[in-house]
Design a protein around this ligand. Structure first.
Ligand code: GDP
Ligand code: MN
Length: 367
């Protein structure tokens, strides 16, 4: 069922879309997405609006490395009573658009540095090509697709610096073609704020160690240089478990590869904007693994949270039924439909071993 204690419910507070004094907290739904994915994003938004946001009307902020098409803006805004904003991640002038009022305004004072998206100057393209080749030979998806590496880096250390998010504290990340199965009747952002939660997830799984061989060694270097950063109530045991899948931990040089799947995340940007995570990201960025390996934003966020946050402030949203191919979070509840309760994966049986929840529950528990 849903969490206990007092929860903010739509019918008890003012969540009307245009209210100046609404009960909404300082939060937005965000997505980095391509124009070509409009159809899949429509499916995501329909699910999220039906199960949750039509009651709360949190704004959407969409990001792209090229300008959004008028068709993209029209179709997305038509799915919600909430406001939609559209930003680019590379251009130096951010354009915010309000199609409803048909007012177009750009905040030229809020510049997006081109360094947010561009491949950093210290990355050698020759070395990138060479390493990508080796990863391709190990059948690592997207290994030689440079934009995929840029996307992972942007999600790791840039999204929360974007001017369009400056005034917001909490975000809920969504992706095209994900599914939401359960009606959720309380304000999940208020839940985060009221309980002082830093990070919320639905799916917890193993990563492909070949994409992150030096991520844990680099992390250990960072920790050795900053020994006071690690939180008292950290998740080191979950991070370094070598019992459940010793082959993985070995190939990832000491990291279990367990992580929160970041295509869904509800988080407090104050954490990512803080000194510790920022210094950690800078260290990783300089080390080059976003390009010479294929570090994902999911393991990077997870290590950051697992090391620098308090485990009590990380929440499993067990009540938010969710699917991103091929994994699921499917609660056994009358509020849910469209998925099989308890099922973790959709597809071949070998996917079952990618579930890291047992290890997470064992070492961290649910909060
Ligand atoms: P996967 O889930 O790891 O297979 O990666 P996805 O292809 O789903 O990419 C993750 C998210 O980033 C999705 O929301 C994509 O729409 C978005 N994305 C990835 N690459 C790009 C890009 O080059 N440009 C834009 N605008 N969005 C991207
Ligand atoms: Mn995806």
């Amino acid at each position: 069922g849903e969490p206990e204690g007092e929860l903010w419910r739509a019918e008890e507070h003012d969540y009307s879309p245009d209210s100046e004094n609404s009960a909404r907290t300082n939060a937005a739904l965000i997505s980095l997405v391509r124009n070509e994915e409009l159809g899949q994003l429509v499916q995501t938004m329909r699910d999220l609006e039906r199960t949750w946001n039509n009651k709360f009307n949190y704004p959407y902020i969409f990001f792209n490395d090229v300008p959004f098409t008028e068709e993209f803006k029209r179709q997305t805004q038509a799915l919600t009573k909430a406001k939609c904003h559209y930003g680019t991640v590379t251009f130096s002038n951010l354009q915010l658009v309000r199609p409803r009022a048909n007012i177009f305004f750009s905040l030229s004072s809020e510049l997006v540095p081109k360094e947010h998206w561009e491949v950093p100057s210290w990355i050698s393209m020759d070395l990138f090509q060479e390493s990508a080749q080796l990863l391709e030979e190990q059948n690592i998806q997207y290994a030689s697709k440079i934009s995929y590496h840029q996307m992972c880096r942007w999600n790791s250390g840039m999204f929360y610096k974007h001017p369009a998010l400056e005034k917001y504290r909490y975000y809920w990340r969504i992706e095209p073609n994900v599914k939401f199965f359960c009606n959720v009747d309380y304000d999940v952002f208020r839940y985060m704020e009221d309980r002082n939660k830093t990070y919320g997830f639905t799916i917890n799984l193993y990563d492909a160690p070949q994409t992150i061989p030096s991520l844990w060694p680099e992390t250990k270097k960072f920790l050795a240089a900053n020994p006071t950063f690690i939180s008292e109530n950290n998740m080191l045991e979950w991070i370094t478990d070598d019992q459940a899948r010793p082959d993985h931990t070995e190939a990832a040089n000491g990291y279990s590869t367990c992580h929160f799947w970041s295509n869904f995340e509800i988080g407090d940007m104050d954490f990512f904007r803080g000194d510790k995570y920022e210094a950690y990201f800078q260290h990783l960025d300089r080390a080059g693994g976003f390009f010479y390996e294929r570090w994902g934003d999911a393991p990077v966020h997870s290590l950051g949270i697992g090391l620098f946050a308090d485990a009590n402030n990380v929440h499993w949203f067990r009540d938010i039924g969710y699917n991103h191919i091929p994994y699921l979070n499917c609660p056994n509840s009358p509020k849910c439909s469209g998925c099989t309760p308890g099922k973790f994966f959709d597809g071949a049986d070998f996917l079952a071993k990618e579930d890291c929840r047992p290890t997470y529950f064992k070492y961290v528990g649910t909060h």
